[in-house]
Design a protein around this ligand. Structure first.
Ligand code: 5GP
Ligand code: MN
Length: 333
């Protein structure tokens, strides 16, 4: 792995892009990379593409430079794809990948299959922002660039809480903090604070949730008419699945919202042992062991049943593994 400078030889036009419906890590990684390149390499022509990000991210420097569409005959010497999870999830500029001179993809999704000019995927990394940091010269990272990367790490670790948060993650976060960023404000403003509508739909999703598998699984569904009633869009429902996951005794939280007639976006989170990326992959989605997603067609009851079948498989595997372990312990003891 070389620093980003090594990938810029004979390159003039660069496009940076993330995944559809960009989250904090995706936006933080893209804007961190954008700011690093534009601040240190003014001779380069760099564009950053993202689907319309939430207003809470507008404190980031050059937020107004984000492009939500590209010119018809646009082409780039280098495309930098960040946090995309799979090629078909590149937002806005997905159709330009094939015509790009070179493609550098940095990610932390086990389900990303690669096939780019350069591919650095570290599923052990907390976030793509942490992976991006490794490619940058720490001395050339400005306070504004540090704000973006710190935000990415904070979001994907559930504010330094999830199992993906390692000592290295904390060291990177510490280095970014040393740049003088308003770290506490960034977390409060972009992660914890909610609009009235976001809180309302969260409340509704919690009230309507139900437990099954003896309380190991919690599910909640939001129909399109409910979203309309509360005046919310998918962006306003980001935190719901992690709040469901906080329920004591729950191993897996499943949150569904209707995206079309007989179509649901599924978000899954697990706590200790269920690999939800395996479940998502069955339905053509992907993600991480403890956080994954997919889109499934059908009536919501059928969608839930199909997911339940996959979860059942993993619960059985887990029970067998626990039994085997107990037997081994008995024999050893
Ligand atoms: P979320 O539930 O927040 O939408 O996504 C959780 C994780 O799974 C994220 O890392 C996200 O990139 C990934 N993910 C969500 N939906 C999909 C999908 O449809 N396909 C793939 N490949 N990854 C997804
Ligand atoms: Mn990520």
């Amino acid at each position: 792995m070389e620093k980003i400078a090594a990938y810029l030889e004979e390159v003039k036009k660069i496009a940076i892009a993330g995944h559809v419906n960009p989250d904090g890590d995706c936006i933080g990684s893209c804007m961190g990379m954008y700011l690093y390149l534009t601040e240190n390499y003014p001779e380069l022509d760099v564009d950053v593409f993202l689907e319309e990000p939430k207003e809470v991210f507008s404190f980031l420097k050059d937020f107004d430079k984000i492009r939500t569409g590209h010119e018809e005959n646009a082409s780039y010497d280098l495309m930098i794809l960040l946090d995309i999870s799979s090629r078909d999830r590149v937002g806005v500029v997905g159709d330009l990948i094939d015509s790009a001179g070179k493609v550098l993809c940095l990610d932390h999704h086990r389900t990303n299959e690669g096939a780019y000019t350069w591919f650095y995927n570290d599923p052990e990394a907390s976030s793509t922002a942490e992976v991006v940091y490794r490619f940058l010269d720490p001395e050339k990272i400005s306070e504004k660039c540090a704000e973006a990367l710190y935000m990415g790490i904070a979001h994907d670790t559930g504010i330094f809480q999830y199992q993906n948060c390692s000592p290295e993650t904390m060291c990177v976060a510490a280095e970014l903090m040393k740049k003088g960023i308003p770290h506490s404000w960034i977390i409060d403003r972009t992660y914890y604070q909610k609009t009235y509508e976001e809180n309302q739909i969260l409340g509704r999703a919690l009230i309507e949730s139900f437990l099954f598998f003896g309380g190991k699984v919690i599910v909640s569904v939001v129909r399109e008419r409910t979203m309309k009633f509360f005046g919310v869009t998918p962006k306003d429902m980001d935190g719901i699945v992690s709040q469901l996951r906080n329920t004591i005794g729950v191993e897996v939280a499943v949150f569904l919202y209707e995206t079309d007639w007989l179509e649901y976006k599924v978000s899954m989170r697990s706590k200790d042992y269920v690999d939800v990326s395996r479940v998502a992959a069955v339905f053509g989605g992907g993600g991480h062991a403890r956080a994954a997603g997919c889109t499934i067609q059908g009536m919501h009851r059928d969608v839930i049943n199909a997911i339940a079948k996959e979860l059942d498989l993993q619960f059985r595997e887990h029970d067998e593994a626990v039994k085997r372990q107990e037997k081994n312990d008995e024999e050893d003891g």
